[in-house]
Write a protein of this length. Structure first.
Length: 508
């Protein structure tokens, strides 16, 4: 029990320190003050022997809080003096493409690690991340050494509707990018020098998507790419709006649900092998999905949580969902502390998982009259749990309250495992058979068409969604504190009534 309390003190203290430093300019002096408090509380524990354990845990929490402040403070982008001097000017930069280019309808965005600024015949060394906005269909790949020219500027926040602003500068800062080259021109590219494993994974993904497009028409091909390999290609503004109004937008990205489906398929295929062989297969699949997603926070979170679950199953240990989530969140924020407050994908993914862990058992017990056939009760309970957990944040981010989320998710999620399997079959057929793969794509097309039709039908209803006016982000703090406190108490009560348990756990 003491080790568990220390674990939570470290995790929660560190995350709180990162969160506070994200919004307030507390520096190293404040971290030092928190550390002194930790020392004082620790020394007090030797005086108050009856409260020794509690005081030690509190001291650890203060130390972790100070560590969170220091970690975030050290990751704040300070800017590059050379680049700052050239703001508002047309310049030419050389650098390496850091990630898979983000191809859109009107442009292609590339994040580059700038290494030099060219000023006439002079080359000035620089070291900073820059986002270059190139024309659509620019011929550039991950890892390429490029030379781009354009007007250098700082990223700016932009309106997202209903009085809301998206903090684009901090979103880019979480990716190590502090400057933009608007309307940039690609002047030169050289050989790929990126990570060969990552380059291979992206190459496999591109070949897979080409096969998908050969077997399926749009927008079914785009949806197939989204649910199987996390492709970010647009399914079109109208359909994107429909998925948002239905609260189905999570389906068109690579999420924990999709990765779990793939891992279950791998486990089934390797059922007759040793547990460690199955773990090795799962590890390879998860690593591949993280690489092809470009290291997206939601994919990393889902992948590592799944890996912990697979390891627990292989070693016949108990898997505690909330501890696994906390450990993964702690590790990810330790790696990149900007994730916690400035990456919507990480926030939504973590909250959805927390809702799945804490709220799903409660709803599952409440829906005891819903039949288990075809997984109806499980889908209903998990949908309610995840949707309730992300609702406050979604209302803050986009102000859209979907009134048809529950029926839309129930009808659209059920065929997703089959849609993923037949989309894979269609893509493989497209790779090897070209246009003839249309025949192999028919089952996938039918399932994907059904999912799109569900989204369009519910979005077309006049009462599908209502708009909520903008509100302060600080309202989220008490709302989530009350929500998850109530969820924890209700979950413990349900588990105690059903199994006589006092500690929430998921047996694996």
């Amino acid at each position: 029990m003491t080790l568990a309390r220390i674990f939570w003190a470290v995790v929660l203290g560190f995350l709180l320190g990162v969160f506070v430093r994200s919004f307030f300019p507390f520096g190293l002096a404040f971290a030092g003050f928190a550390s002194l408090l930790a020392v004082a509380v620790f020394l007090l524990s030797f005086v108050e022997r009856s409260k020794f354990t509690s005081l030690v845990v509190l001291a650890v929490a203060f130390f972790a809080f100070a560590g969170g402040i220091v970690r975030l403070d050290g990751s704040v982008l300070r800017g590059d003096s050379v680049l700052t001097e050239h703001l508002g000017k047309s310049i030419t930069l050389e650098g390496v493409v850091l990630a898979e280019p983000d191809a859109r309808e009107a442009s292609t965005l590339i994040s580059i690690s700038a290494t030099s600024l060219l000023a006439g015949t002079t080359t000035i060394p620089v070291h900073f991340g820059v986002l270059a906005r190139l024309p659509a269909h620019a011929a550039v790949r991950y890892g390429d050494v490029v030379r781009v020219s354009g007007k250098l500027q700082l990223p700016e926040a932009f309106e997202t509707g209903l009085g809301r602003q998206f903090d684009y500068p901090q979103y880019l800062a979480a990716r190590g990018v502090g400057y933009e080259l608007g309307f940039a021109k690609l002047e030169q590219t050289e050989n790929n020098i990126g990570n060969p494993v990552k380059a291979w994974a992206i190459g496999v993904k591109e070949a897979y998507l080409e096969g998908t497009r050969a077997a399926l028409s749009e927008p079914e091909a785009a949806l197939a790419g989204g649910i199987t390999v996390g492709d970010k290609r647009s399914i079109g503004p109208e359909l994107t709006t429909a998925f948002q109004r239905d609260s189905l937008i999570h389906m068109i990205v690579l999420s924990g649900y999709n990765i779990t489906i793939v891992l279950n398929a791998i486990a089934w295929g390797l059922a007759h092998t040793t547990s460690y062989f199955r773990f090795g297969g799962a590890f390879g699949v998860i690593t591949f999905f993280i690489l092809i997603s470009g290291g997206a926070a939601s994919a990393v979170r889902a992948g590592f949580m799944a890996l912990i679950a697979v390891f627990a199953r292989a070693t016949k240990r108990v898997y505690l969902g909330e501890r696994a989530l906390s450990l993964v969140a702690f590790a990810m924020v330790l790696w990149n502390p900007m994730y916690l407050a400035f990456d919507p994908g990480f926030q939504l993914s973590a909250l959805a998982t927390l809702g799945l862990v804490l709220l799903t058992p409660v709803f599952y017990a409440w829906f005891s009259r819903v039949p288990k056939k075809f997984g109806m009760r499980e889908i209903l309970a998990s949908t309610c749990g995840t949707q309730l957990a992300v609702l406050p944040l979604l209302l803050y981010q986009n102000g859209t309250l979907s009134l048809v989320s529950l029926p839309a998710n129930l009808l659209a999620l059920a065929p997703v495992p089959f849609a993923m399997f037949f989309s894979f079959v269609a893509a493989v057929g497209g790779i090897f058979l070209g246009p003839l793969a249309v025949v192999f794509g028919l089952p996938a097309y039918a399932l994907l068409w059904y999912i799109i039709s569900v989204a369009q039908f519910f979005a077309s209803l006049p009462f599908a969604a209502v708009s909520i006016s903008a509100f302060s982000a600080w309202w989220l703090v008490p709302v989530y504190a009350l929500l998850f406190a109530a969820a924890t108490l209700l979950r413990r009560r349900v588990l105690h009534e059903q199994h006589g348990l006092t500690e929430p756990s998921i047996g694996v």
